[in-house]
Design a protein around this ligand. Structure first.
Ligand SMILES: Cc1cc2nc3c(=O)[nH]c(=O)nc-3n(C[C@H](O)[C@H](O)[C@H](O)COP(=O)(O)OP(=O)(O)OC[C@H]3O[C@@H](n4cnc5c(N)ncnc54)[C@H](O)[C@@H]3O)c2cc1C
Length: 414
């Protein structure tokens, strides 16, 4: 084939891009750093119509195998009193399930585990790009797509001014098997997207399809907590004093932080939430919340997509949809390229960047607005805009209506 592409990162963004480009005639390979298949990153994923359409274009047969349909959202206070209810049908699934569907659509012999990329030379109109691997190999290619996530080293090397900023709060994430919850907890949480909030904290759950079967239902919990940088520093340090940058593997979290969190959940929220934490299967995941914005998503023959370019706080539930939308926009911009050597690849990537930067910026801004009541709680001084946002989102009806709903343009469908 006359058009070669190397995708760095074999997670959501990388698989969307690779599947779409493969179907458009590109000779695509994925280089993934991990030496074992990806599986348990994140937990529940809210799907949107736009995401389902990009899945179909990527070669995934979207049937009722995707997830489970939920029609209600509810907000409760600590005593379990219903504060607000909303009808809002959505299909909810798990990160692992979505990943396995995308993996199945991509030829295994083009997906290379244990291929960490060290450095990229982006080439130019008359020069191919070059991808250097940690194992010493180097590959020339017409196109490079960096789908390396929040800590993308390619972004850090080629776009050093674009870096992530800690939002001032963390999320604890856990999953429990719904059948193991008490009938009281099931009564609250089983059939709806449920919320509860107090100043500086928000807890939510929603049912998801288990990774191995849509017939097994799990409860996915996310608990946002305002957390100072000093507290975060301590939480990202294991018992032996090793400090992890940006996120800590669950099995390295100091148990005293886990025990404190579980006890505090019981103090602050209705017991149904702490029961999910207590009965979780798998680890409690600590996710520090970051904002990342980029002023450019392309340079010469290199494109940045997904979390490598923009990370919006999880309130808008668009991380995967945005990665899918970036991949689709990229494939569309490259649609007329017949010969990968042509300088037109560089122009196509510039167009892609111009189209997607505003979409990423808009997503980050909306997610930042939604996180204001958590980040700004207990602070004496706040601007008029921040005060208005805090008031707006302390109304549970607004929270129900605006959390994790489709944002026009993110999936890039016309
Ligand atoms: C705990 C958690 C929960 C989440 N929940 C949700 C949710 O409910 N809904 C939602 O839409 N989104 C959610 N997200 C966000 C979502 O997972 C991301 O937006 C999405 O995975 C972005 O995909 P990506 O491919 O851009 O990056 P990532 O998924 O971060 O993947 C990057 C990949 O690149 C690989 N890589 C990195 N550097 C190199 C290198 N140098 N060489 C080779 N490979 C490399 C990594 O190993 C990794 O596999 C969650 C994220 C986390 C962390």
């Amino acid at each position: 084939m006359a058009k070669t592409a190397i995708v760095i990162g074999g997670s959501m963004g990388g698989l969307f891009a690779a599947n779409l480009l493969l179907r458009a005639g590109w000779d695509v390979r994925i280089f993934e750093r991990s030496d074992i298949p990806l599986s348990s990153r994140g937990a529940g994923i809210v799907t949107h119509e736009g995401l389902r359409q990009v899945l179909t274009l990527s070669g995934v047969a979207v049937t009722d195998n995707l997830g489970i349909l939920i029609t209600k959202r509810r907000a409760f206070d600590r005593s379990g009193t219903l504060l607000a209810e909303l009808d809002l049908p959505q299909i909810l699934t798990s990160w692992s399930r979505l990943l396995s569907l995308l993996m199945a659509a991509f030829p295994q012999d083009r997906y290379h585990l244990n291929h960490a990329v060290d450095r990229v030379e982006p080439g130019g109109a008359d020069q191919l790009a070059k991808v250097h691997l940690a194992n010493g190999q180097a590959h020339e290619t017409h196109l490079v797509i960096a789908a390396e996530g929040l800590r993308s080293s390619t972004r850090q090397l080629l776009f050093p001014q674009q870096s992530s900023v800690y939002a001032g709060y963390i999320a604890w994430r856990a999953v429990a098997d719904q059948s193991q919850l008490s009938s009281s907890a099931q009564g609250f949480l089983a059939d709806a997207f449920c919320f509860s909030q107090i100043p500086g904290e928000q807890i939510l759950t929603y049912p998801i399809a288990a990774p191995d079967s849509v017939n097994r239902i799990q409860t996915n919990l996310v608990w946002y907590r305002k957390t100072s940088e000093a507290q975060l520093e301590s939480m990202l340090t294991d018992r032996l004093g090793q400090r992890f940058e940006g996120g800590i593997p669950p099995d390295r979290i100091d148990p005293q932080h886990l025990q404190a969190a579980i006890a505090q959940a019981a103090d602050r929220f209705h017991p149904c939430w702490s029961e999910v934490l207590a009965k979780r299967i798998g680890p409690l995941i600590l996710q520090p919340v970051f904002d990342l914005e980029s002023s450019a998503m392309a340079r010469e023959r290199l494109a940045l997509i997904g979390d490598a370019a923009f990370v919006a706080r999880p309130h808008i539930g668009q991380g995967v949809t945005k990665a899918a939308g970036d991949a689709l926009a990229l494939a569309e911009c490259l649609a007329d390229i017949r010969d990968g050597r042509a300088p037109a690849v560089v122009e196509a990537l510039a167009t892609f960047s111009k189209r997607r930067v505003p979409v990423g910026s808009n997503a980050v801004a909306q997610a930042r607005r939604m996180g204001t009541p958590i980040a700004m709680a207990h602070l004496g001084s706040s601007s008029a805009e921040q005060s208005a946002l805090m008031q707006h989102y302390s109304n549970p009806e607004h929270l129900l209506r605006e959390t994790a709903v489709e944002i026009a343009g993110v999936a890039h469908l016309r």
